[in-house]
Design a protein around this ligand. Structure first.
Ligand code: NAP
Length: 275
């Protein structure tokens, strides 16, 4: 039997949640959900896609190379469906209809993780315009485009979760990464703008801001003879992050446990931003 208790002036809540000990974990389950994760074939995207699949979701992965054998095998070994799509997100024509393809193949789209990205380092005064345009296109414009593509399907069902991948560079300028820092500040702003517009339609839009994690993208920095040690010395917990340490946060933000979170930028950085 359900026990209800009202805090004075507050909403009623169901005490059974606290008594049987299982309902809170049920909130994190993603059974029968479909997640589109861009850049899920390696690095942070792969780890997050695997976490979402472990929580029950089917996975669609987008990458330029289509080299997704490893994540496909891992997702299918969990008994989930996997769809691999090849697309350069820096090319607007290639992005057209991408979310509809996922819906055609997997029936719906419940979760969109805008993760794919790359970036080069040049001093701002020498930064090539083509590189600037590509970084902004892939990290920011593509995230907006895919969110726009996903929105009608999410509105129709009255629910959806969009998780953008920002960075500690959503707060800082970094060194010789003007386009990346601009794009990551932009994705934080986009997260808030979409959250304000879509929260009333049952769509949660939030952003994860990772610190320094060991992936292909960061290898040259980690092994740089000077910068590698400087970064390590500045991370309060004393080590770089491992990609699978993002799984819990992305599953949380993609799940019903985060239904009241809208427009949050959540750092996961070993303490970097607290310093
Ligand atoms: P990564 O290992 O290099 O993986 C990047 C992924 O994005 C790959 O799957 C890549 O696949 C895909 N990708 C890149 N450009 C693409 C494009 N134009 N179109 C489609 N797919 C593309 O990098 P990562 O470290 O996992 O980075 C993932 C995200 O986390 C990025 O947004 C990055 O800014 C962010 N982040 C990373 C760190 C870190 O320390 N690693 C910190 C903060 C934020 P293909 O090469 O096959 O296209």
């Amino acid at each position: 039997m359900r026990a209800r208790q009202s805090a004075p002036g507050g909403p009623e809540f169901d005490l059974r949640c606290c008594w049987d000990g299982c309902m809170i974990l049920d909130l994190f389950r993603l059974t029968n959900r479909v997640a589109l994760v861009t850049g899920a074939n390696r690095g942070l995207g792969q780890a997050m896609a695997l976490g979402l699949a472990e929580a029950g979701a089917d996975i669609a992965c987008v990458s330029r190379s289509g080299d997704d054998g490893e994540i496909r095998q891992a997702v299918e070994a969990l008994g989930r469906r996997f769809l691999g799509l090849t697309c350069d997100l820096g090319q607007p024509q290639q992005r057209a209809g991408l979310v509809a393809k996922v819906v055609d193949a997997l029936g719906q789209v419940d979760i969109l993780v805008n993760n794919a990205g790359s970036g080069a380092r040049h001093p701002p005064e020498d930064y090539p315009e083509s590189e600037w345009r590509n970084v902004l296109e892939v990290h920011l414009t593509a995230a907006f485009d895919l969110s726009q593509q996903a929105a009608p399907f999410m509105f129709q069902r009255g629910r959806g979760k969009i998780v953008n991948i920002g960075s500690v560079m959503s707060y800082e300028g970094g060194l010789n990464i003007p386009a990346y820092a601009a794009a990551k500040h932009g994705i934080a702003g986009l997260t808030k703008a979409l959250a304000v517009a879509w929260s009333g339609k049952g769509v949660n839009v939030n952003c994860i801001a990772p610190g320094y994690f060991e992936t292909n993208l960061s290898t040259s920095l980690k092994h740089h003879p000077v910068r590698g040690q400087q970064i390590l010395d500045r991370i309060p917990c004393g080590r770089w992050g491992q990609p699978d340490e993002l799984r819990g946060l992305v599953v949380f933000l993609a799940s019903d446990a985060a239904n009241y979170m809208h427009g949050s930028i959540v750092p996961i950085d070993g303490g970097w931003l607290s310093r």
